[in-house]
Design a protein around this ligand. Sequence first.
Ligand code: CP
Ligand code: NVA
Length: 342
Amino acid sequence: MSTGPLPLHDVDLRGRDVLKEADFSREELQYLIDLAASLKLRKRTRTEEQLLRGRNIALIFEKSSTRTRCAFEVGAYDQGANVTYLDPSSSQLGHKESAADTARVICRMYDGIQFRGSAQATVETLADYSNVPVYNGLTDDWHPTQMLADFLTMTEHLQRPADDISYAYLGDARSNMGNSLLVMGAIMGSDVRIAAPKALWPSEDVQAIAHARAAESGAQITLTEDPYEAVTGTDFVHTDVWVSMGEPVDIWDERISLLRPYQVNADVIGSTGKPSTKFMHCLPSFHDMNTVVGQQIAGRTGMVDGLEVTDSLFESDVNITWEQAENRLHTVKAVMVATLAD
Ligand code: CP
Ligand code: NVA
């Protein structure tokens, strides 16, 4: 790829909110992925042009974050913009001020607003009450900026378009990552396999969105309780933590008993039948005992080689999560540039 002209506004997303994948057409999402690839190349070749000088972006975090916060901050700085980070306790939002009032204040001072929190309704309200783009940095339901990074990672890894890739997601499939991987793949025309116990499948509403979008794109959608059926022939196997942020800690034991058969390990990866299959995870991951939670769970259950993924698999060359994590930066930057640049 050359560093020719940036494909700026070839698809015009100026002023748009990024709240969930289903709000976008396949062409719009592909445009964001392509723009991210161009921005990635420019950063690598030190030819990046700053298109967001003088812009100010508010980063509101109700839940903790490493990758998403860093991607927004570094992406903004690379592009010449400024950010304000508002952590879960230091703004009035939720405690003393509603989302609607917060939005009406913040949009008077800022050009864009990132929100990470529990309720999708909160980020939707911020968007309804502000006249600047609002970005969903993760809610309980959706993780759209993660999807752009995941699709950039998969398509650049294989050098094939999204409608020529297959992937499985194993684990808690009724949470943000399961929902988003199902619907994003459906929009993009991919071969998507979701494997989870039925109790943890995406809701009927989310399945309906996926089937409707798959009918337009030609995507193949499979929901199954059989992890081995799901991974057969896939290019990528994704998973996520078994208990997400905001869920009660006492749900761990129930979740482990439901999801233990869906752990990604050498046996599962071997069952794809493809030596080239790669492992993906939005991170953070409980793959070893070097975290407080990892230690506690291992002490209680004896699962010392990881939870949703074994440490040996995670530490093998099957893992492409570091590229996936880096791509958070380029794709989040693409979102800001596409929506905020002149
Ligand atoms: N994947 C992801 O969203 O990571 P953070 O929680 O660290 O932002
Ligand atoms: N499902 C996880 C994703 C973290 C990026 C969570 O919500 O905690």
